[in-house]
Ligand binder design. Structure first.
Ligand code: FES
Length: 149
């Protein structure tokens, strides 16, 4: 049976091959989430709708896991306001199936990618301004129509 060693808190689990890392961690009392996300994390997986929250990022040493998907990599790199540098061993615990011995570090230090973050925020600012202008135009047209009635 594969061994999963958690570094913080130090704990070793022997799991069946194919076991989901998140489920194994939560079952054994390892805190994957920071306090805020412990309450508000959202991991939707309803048929075609999949929206992992990105709150259970862990650092894994060892080759005993399934491969990281592109979607998982995008989520680890940050979706909205902040982009992070993604080391190859950063994973979402809920997406990891254990196939061999691994060492897991919860709450790893994540490095912000300043260039990508700036580009992302610039894009979001343009989208926000565009939507604001559209709302203003609709409001002006609406007010004009109300005056004519
Ligand atoms: S539980 Fe939210 S991303 Fe894994």
């Amino acid at each position: 049976m594969p061994a999963v060693v958690f570094e913080n808190p130090r704990k070793t689990l022997n799991v069946l091959p194919g076991t989901n890392l998140r489920k194994a961690a939560l079952k054994s009392g390892v805190a994957l989430y920071k306090p805020f996300f412990r309450v508000f994390h959202l991991n939707l997986d309803i048929g075609p709708i999949q929206f992992p929250c990105g709150c259970d990022i862990v650092e894994i040493e060892g080759k005993g896991t399934n491969a990281r998907s592109e979607e998982e990599e995008k989520i680890v790199s940050g979706r909205f306001f902040t982009k992070r540098k993604v080391a190859p061993n950063l994973r979402l615990a809920c997406q990891v199936n254990v196939t061999g011995d691994i060492t897991v570090r919860t709450h790893p230090k994540l490095e912000v990618d300043a260039v990508e973050t700036k580009r992302q925020r610039g894009f979001l600012a343009v989208v926000f301004i565009f939507l604001l202008l559209m709302a203003l135009i609709v409001a002006v047209i609406g007010l004009d129509l109300v005056q004519k009635i």
